[in-house]
Design a protein around this ligand. Structure first.
Ligand SMILES: *Cc1c(COP(=O)(O)O)cnc(C)c1O
Length: 464
């Protein structure tokens, strides 16, 4: 064997020799000789390994080395972060980057990206300003809070609040709220990491008034309430409502902090959607600090918003951690523009994509589904393609059992499994994320407003 390998290895050309080949001239002009040489080295190393493993010449002879180099360059330069068409039925999909922004926000981000902006500069006074100033009064107006600040995401908001107001002290929380939100965010872990002592009260299904009062001691910093988001205990269950928790807090001179998760700035039940917690209602119930996400129901860019009493917010701002968790100019631009849409409730459901998707009439979704199904039928011989009733869900911690009626295209094949069809769509020319449910592959058409966006004729569906 070893004897046979030597000549094969010797047949591999040197890096310099490959770089001289006609087919790489253009690549060297565009990407520099150094980069192409590094790719050639990688390709040659790969071939050497292949020869060792397979002791065959086939890999070397069947494809020209320069072709392999060009293919690898192309692969390296393809964007890793790319558009995915979300037909999964989960509208705020955390793995797909949650809310998509309104046009105004996209435009504002473009401007901020391409230009210097008055991020921390007061143009009126001609002196240094504060980056929170661009959105604070707007957030206060929309939530009824005294003050507001913003950080990178809601976990950062919770972390900053805990670390600022309770480091080295006790934080009391119900066992029913010690949940994992997903993506490895576990409330108890965050409490511990922020330097606070976690004091669990009650049981998983029931926590009472006295459970809190019995836990309070001189080292207690505050009472924490966390929205259980993606999880609900039903049956023999009870918890202490925020209002009652606030009265306990007041009696013992302790602040009450609430992590709302996907708090909404408006009551979305007014649009016929399931009721979700509203930030203003928590402020009105007396919460001293409330945290929530910018990219969940709010429909903006990834951010964590903290609202509440002026003194507390001021202390958060003075924590050196705030500097590490602060927002960049792009996010502030996108968030400010998104928040301004809320100044007109009439136009909000049309302008804010998340609400536009959620309030889209089923008849409209059905029309898109029919168009798309017809195009798919022409494109997919041998597949069974139908339109069915199904449900979409909000996602990102809104209650999963609160689903919204929709229309889906179901695609099945007598010899190809639904998992395989799922894969075909995901690995097509442009990734399309559907879902497999009860033995069928489904495409939820709620988020497709124009079948042209699917570019069905260009889909390269390959069951291999
Ligand atoms: C989603 C959620 C978080 C995490 O928010 P991010 O913006 O993802 O950091 C924290 N708490 C609750 C209750 C949530 O629902």
């Amino acid at each position: 064997m070893l004897f046979a390998l030597q000549p094969l290895m010797r047949q591999l050309p040197s890096i310099d020799k490959v770089l001289q080949s006609e087919g790489l001239k253009d690549a060297i002009k565009v990407y520099s000789r150094q980069f192409v040489a590094d790719v050639v080295r990688e390709v040659l190393e790969g071939l050497r390994k292949e020869i060792k493993v397979r002791s065959q010449e086939s890999g070397v002879r069947s494809q020209k080395i320069e072709t392999l180099v060009r293919q690898r360059i192309e692969q390296k330069l393809k964007p890793s972060l790319k558009k995915v068409i979300n037909l999964s039925g989960t509208i705020l999909h955390t793995n797909l980057g949650r809310a998509i922004l309104c046009d105004e926000a996209v435009e504002a981000i473009r401007t901020a990206a391409a230009n210097p902006v008055n991020l921390e500069f007061d143009v009126e006074l001609g002196e240094r300003g504060d980056r929170d100033s661009h959105i604070e009064s707007l957030i206060c107006y929309l939530t009824g809070a005294e003050a507001a600040t913003v950080v990178n995401n809601n976990v950062a908001a919770v972390f900053l609040t805990l670390n600022t107001l309770a480091e080295g002290r006790d934080v009391v929380i119900s066992r029913g709220e010690l949940v994992e939100i997903g993506g490895s965010f576990r409330i108890p872990d965050v409490i511990k990491k922020s330097g606070c002592n976690l004091v669990e009260v009650g049981t998983t299904n029931r926590t009472h008034h006295e459970d809190y009062t019995n836990a309070i001691n001189p080292n207690t910093a505050f009472l924490l309430k966390a929205h259980t988001s993606n999880y609900r205990i039903i049956g023999f269950a009870s918890s202490v409502p925020l209002k009652e928790l606030v009265s306990i807090g007041r009696k013992h001179s302790l602040p009450v902090i609430e992590d709302l998760g996907s708090g909404s700035l408006v009551d979305i039940s007014m649009f016929g959607l399931p009721k979700e917690p509203v930030v203003r209602e928590s402020i009105e119930a007396g919460a001293d600090v409330v945290t929530f996400s910018g990219d969940k129901l709010l429909g903006g860019p990834q951010a964590g918003i903290i609202v509440g009493k002026r003194d507390f917010i001021k202390r958060l701002r003075n924590n050196p951690l705030k500097r590490a968790l602060r927002l960049d100019k792009l996010t502030i631009a996108g968030l400010e523009t998104t928040l301004k849409l809320y100044l007109n409730i009439e136009t909000l459901p049309q302008k804010l994509p998340i609400l536009r998707f959620l309030t889209r009439p089923v008849s409209d979704i059905e029309k898109t589904a029919k168009d798309a199904a017809n195009l798919l039928k022409n494109h997919m011989n041998g597949f069974e393609i139908n339109i069915e009733d199904s449900c979409s869900q909000i996602g990102s911690g809104s209650l999963p059992e609160e689903t919204i009626p929709t229309k889906v295209i179901s695609i099945t094949h007598k010899n190809i499994s639904p998992e395989k069809i799922f894969d075909m769509f995901l690995k097509s020319t442009h990734p399309i994320l559907g879902r497999v449910y009860k033995g069928k592959f489904l495409l939820d058409m709620r988020m497709i407003e124009d079948t042209g966006d699917l570019e069905i004729q260009k889909l390269n569906l390959n069951p291999a």
